[in-house]
Design a protein around this ligand. Structure first.
Ligand SMILES: [Zn+2]
Ligand SMILES: [Zn+2]
Length: 381
């Protein structure tokens, strides 16, 4: 039951997926209903396309979606329309008209499992007990459940973050998966200012945001890509990061040229190389290139999930003490922090917008691999 029930139309437009490997179909469907005290009904203003949308559409994510037809998109932004008549305290703080960004994961977590009761990350990044993005029983809007490629959605008040003043919905939406994922990964590496980080796949959706976040965090940044348009996009950001074309520059040469510092002191020449790399493409070559950029004891952060996995060299792990770690989106607390950081430092995705009716055009554009982000902007017709 909704409080302050606004005058809503009976139906809305939704882009539905009816089977794997088929185009989206635009249909008129009922507006979703608020079911729980945690729920907010929002009018969607912008919805961004993520690589995981392509993975789900291709049937490469087992168990996803949980049913057909399915509405994709797990990074979106909208305006609060209504909440439950008996709203939970966390939902009560939201008012109609509030603008929120939505991270698709952790819709209605179970509140009882170990993950929900004790998030495993650093205390300062964790959400209050009862909520965890790692809850295996939670829904995932846009992946298991319906997401943002529709005019209205019901979201969990614990999975949203208020959009800072001055940031548009179309700017916020791409930050809600790509932005928080790369921001949380950078935080998890725990680097100090001046330490060296490589971002492999720096012209892609996550990569070009990562370049901006990492530079603004004070890190010494090298961005790597291997195709003309993504490289051009990364260079045109003018972040101050060094941009490397992996087709023409050897990783070992780059590593030897790195002279990052720790604690303000230059490293001896034998310890040259990056302190960490984040590998974004689902490609073994990208992974190998990244590991070669690392100094001994460096960290390789994996974000993508190729079905065949990554191969690592035991010599790298044993003899060079390279650690291979991963990162999954971020807590709600980190999402809020990321949006504030992005607004303060003007971190923005390079994006192109399409109307909701143009979602299949967007997908065709995505398949060209030109870099940046592609966003459905509901204000476009
Ligand atoms: Zn995503
Ligand atoms: Zn749980």
């Amino acid at each position: 039951m909704a409080s302050q029930a606004p005058e809503l139309p009976f139906t809305m437009k939704a882009q539905e997926l009816h089977a794997y490997n088929t185009p989206y179909i635009l249909r008129d469907v009922p507006i979703p209903k608020i079911m729980s005290p945690y729920d907010l009904l929002i009018k969607i203003d912008a919805a961004s396309y993520c690589h995981t949308d392509a993975v789900v559409t291709a049937g490469q994510k087992p168990g996803c979606p949980s049913k057909f037809p399915h509405v994709g998109c797990h990074e979106f932004a909208g305006t609060v329309i209504a909440k439950h008549a008996g709203a939970a305290p966390c939902a009560r703080t939201f008012q109609p008209g509030d603008r929120v960004g939505v991270v698709g994961c952790a819709y209605h977590p179970c509140e009882e499992c170990d993950e929900c009761l004790s998030y495993g990350g650093p205390e300062s990044d964790s959400d209050p007990p009862g909520y965890s993005v790692y809850c295996p029983h939670a829904g995932n809007l846009g992946i298991t459940l319906d997401g943002g490629f529709q005019e209205y959605a019901v979201v969990d008040a614990r999975q949203v973050a208020v959009i800072p003043t001055g940031m548009s919905a179309a700017e916020a939406a791409p930050l809600m998966c790509a932005g928080v994922t790369i921001y949380a990964a950078l935080k998890k590496l725990g680097l100090e200012r001046g330490q060296g980080i490589g971002i492999i796949g720096c012209g892609g959706g996550l990569g070009h945001l990562g370049l901006q976040f990492a530079v603004k965090m004070g890190l010494d940044v090298i961005g790597v890509d291997n195709a003309d348009r993504p490289l051009q996009l990364a260079r045109e950001l003018n972040t101050g990061a060094r941009i490397v074309d992996a087709r023409s520059e050897e990783a070992a040469d780059i590593a030897q040229g790195v002279n990052s510092t720790k604690g303000g002191k230059p490293r001896p020449s034998g310890e040259r190389g990056l302190d960490a790399v984040i590998v974004l493409p689902e490609s073994q070559r990208a992974f190998d290139y990244g590991v070669k950029l690392l100094r001994n004891h460096g960290k390789c952060m994996v974000i993508s999930v190729p079905t065949e996995g990554f191969r690592f060299s035991a010599a790298d792990v044993v003899l060079r003490d390279i650690s291979i770690i991963g990162s999954l989106v971020g807590s709600n607390r980190v999402t809020k922090e990321m949006l504030e950081f992005a607004a303060r430092h003007q971190v923005k995705s390079v994006s192109r917008s399409f109307p909701l009716t143009g979602l299949n055009d967007l997908v065709r554009e995505y398949e060209k691999g030109l870099g940046g982000k592609l966003v459905i902007d509901m204000s476009l017709r």
